[in-house]
Write a protein that binds this ligand. Structure first.
Ligand SMILES: Nc1nc2c(ncn2[C@@H]2O[C@H](COP(=O)(O)OP(=O)(O)OP(=O)(O)O)[C@@H](O)[C@H]2O)c(=O)[nH]1
Ligand SMILES: [Mg+2]
Length: 576
């Protein structure tokens, strides 16, 4: 089968081109380092089906970070594979031709069949950039198609070009020779006309200026927080709660009656019904909490958070925030860019830990991944904390989040002191602001909602079912008894809280739901939420942590986690 490999600098639109060619949904966002591993898909090329691979972006074929290593390895593999027919699809950001051509030259030196997509073609018009594509194609010796991937313009022509890729002949050169040649090419094919700054550009400058920028950042973050809360709470109070209370509750009530109000099957499906009232949060039946937790407590915040994150990602504001936060992050042994994985972690720790691949040193990856696993609760857990603690007063919710933030800062500073190695300076490319394409924002949101439901629903239902089945055995008593010295002694929680803490290993939202029936006071719930958030990340994140950091660093990370969780949990128990 033919293989089409998308290569190019970070943030040039490879993933959007990939989705256009294959229909396979991938993540795209307006900052470098969105794709850190490859996605595969298929496209029709003439009469054949070809495999298409979206490769992480790289500036050069001499890797400087894990994401670039992945790209380089991919190229070496296909070059060595004599069997299959390979086409290199080099995606170029036409508004950054000069810089992009460096990788292009390195690719052409490989002598593989190549086609170039001159992407962001729409933006060259606004920026007064003129590129003579015919001339450029002649010089480079490969076909070039102008594309605007977000609107889909030019993709058809690109597919036609992919039918007849050309094999370039370019001798391998040194770095200086390459830049020299590029200088000559740019001189021949590119013209830039002078323009005045637009309002958008002035705003762009302001958003990274030290004083105004920080002020704008605070406004934007406050707005983000308010919108997430508004959308999340709105969905709960006006959509999901009414559905559960008015439509679903009567169904469950009749079922409960039909099952005689007690017994094993009743417990499994409906759960505890005390005083004839169904409490969706605490009943712990498959049809009560099993559905209410994922749909009416977590999903609304998933929608709210990822809607806002998706927009933020596509505007190009995040790398600017990273620049502004560079100073703060340096105290944690990280550079500003590490802020982006951290922010992703507020959605889900798995992609966050993956995203640390775009950080340059091992030390940074260790610190960033550890901080995410310990102190950054995923949106599912956050939603449950809000749902369970919010009733006692929003102050308790802030206490949990504030403590986690303090842990993030404090632990970062400590790790910065004790982790050997050094953190390189910030060399972050800041892309231009872009208007988020509405269709892409919603596709991305739908993709993330689907993955949440696919991953969370089976596990949450599984936990509820297993807990019900185990309730009849003495296993829980044994766990509680064994854990009592720690759970009650150090953390001041009821011994039974050991069970949810163990379940946290599977999913934190399910675990938090199990805390509900334990009748804890708000202070205890604060401690329980904190320990749950900081103790082991869920199994999915833990697997990724080991894969990304390697066994040694991952074990160190787990050790840090245990100390931090019990240290902070114990301390809070003493204070509260
Ligand atoms: N205006 C415009 N924006 C585009 C075009 N193609 C992609 N974008 C935007 O550019 C940004 C980067 O797109 P991605 O597909 O994530 O880029 P990538 O090359 O995969 O980036 P990495 O995975 O980080 O290497 C996104 O915000 C896209 O919406 C285009 O043709 N025109
Ligand atoms: Mg990408």
């Amino acid at each position: 089968m033919k293989k089409v490999l998308l290569f190019g600098n970070p943030n040039v639109g490879k993933s959007v081109v990939f989705t256009r060619l294959t229909g396979v949904q991938t993540m795209s966002a307006n900052y470098p380092g969105t794709t850190v591993t490859f996605s595969r898909g298929q496209m029709k090329l003439g009469d054949e089906i070809a495999e298409v691979i979206d490769v992480p972006g790289s500036y050069t074929l001499e890797p400087t970070c894990e994401a670039e290593t992945v790209a380089r390895r991919m190229l070496d593999e296909v070059a060595a594979d004599k069997e299959g027919e390979v086409i290199i699809l080099n995606v170029i950001d036409a508004t950054n031709l000069e810089r992009n051509l460096y990788l292009t030259q390195q690719l052409l030196e490989r002598g593989l069949p190549t086609v170039i997509a001159m992407n962001m073609w729409d933006e060259t018009r606004h920026k007064g950039i003129k590129i003579e594509l015919d001339r450029l194609s002649e010089i480079l010796g490969v076909p070039i198609a102008p594309t605007s991937a977000t609107s889909g313009e030019g993709i058809k022509q690109l597919v036609v070009q992919l039918l007849s890729p050309q094999i370039p002949s370019l001798a391998v050169q040194g770095q200086d020779e390459r830049w020299q040649r590029i200088g000559g090419i740019i001189h021949q094919v590119q013209q830039i006309t002078h323009r005045h700054h637009t309002l958008g550009e002035r705003l762009a400058d302001a958003s990274v200026s030290p004083v105004l920028g920080v002020f704008m950042a605070m406004l934007i973050m406050a707005a983000v927080f308010l919108v997430v809360r508004f959308v999340g709470e709105g969905l709960i109070s006006y959509v999901f709660d009414p559905i559960f209370d008015n439509l679903w509750a009567p169904v469950v009530h009749s079922l409960s009656d039909a099952l005689g109000g007690s017994g094993f099957l009743h417990g499994l499906l409906v759960g505890n019904v005390s005083g004839g009232e169904i409490n969706f949060k605490e009943s712990l039946g498959l049809l009560t909490s099993g559905l209410y937790v994922p749909f009416a407590m977590v999903l609304p915040y998933i929608v709210a958070f990822y809607l806002v994150l998706g927009i933020l990602e596509d505007t190009g504001y995040l790398p600017r925030l990273a620049v502004l936060l560079d100073n703060v992050m340096h105290h944690l042994g990280l550079h500003g860019f590490a802020f982006i994985p951290t922010l992703l972690g507020l959605g889900c720790n798995v992609p966050a830990i993956m995203a640390t691949r775009s950080l340059e040193s091992r030390r940074e990856r260790f610190i960033a991944a550890t901080l995410v696993s310990v102190a950054v609760p995923c949106v599912s857990l956050q939603a449950m904390i809000i749902g369970m603690l919010g009733g006692f007063g929003i102050g308790y919710v802030f206490l949990v989040f504030g403590t986690l933030f303090a842990v993030w800062l404090g632990l970062g500073m400590i790790l910065n002191k004790i982790t050997p190695g050094f953190s390189p300076e910030l060399l972050l490319e800041v892309p231009p602001y872009r208007l988020p394409p509405v269709n892409l924002v919603f596709k991305k949101l739908a993709f993330r909602i689907k993955s949440f439901l696919k991953e969370a629903l089976p596990i949450i239902l599984g936990v509820v079912a297993v807990i019900n089945i185990l309730n009849f055995t003495k296993v829980f008593d044994v766990i509680a008894k064994a854990a009592e010295p720690v759970v009650t002694g150090i953390l001041g929680l009821p011994a039974e809280a050991a069970v949810p803490l163990v379940v946290g290993f599977l999913r934190k939202d399910a675990a938090m739901a199990l805390m509900g029936p334990l009748d804890m006071g708000p202070e205890q719930l604060v401690v329980a939420s904190l320990v749950l958030a900081m103790l082991f990340p869920c199994i999915a994140s833990l697997v990724i942590l080991f894969r990304e950091l390697g066994k040694r660093d991952a074990l160190k990370s787990v050790l840090v986690m245990l100390i931090a969780a019990f240290g902070v949990g114990g301390l809070m128990n003493l204070i509260l």
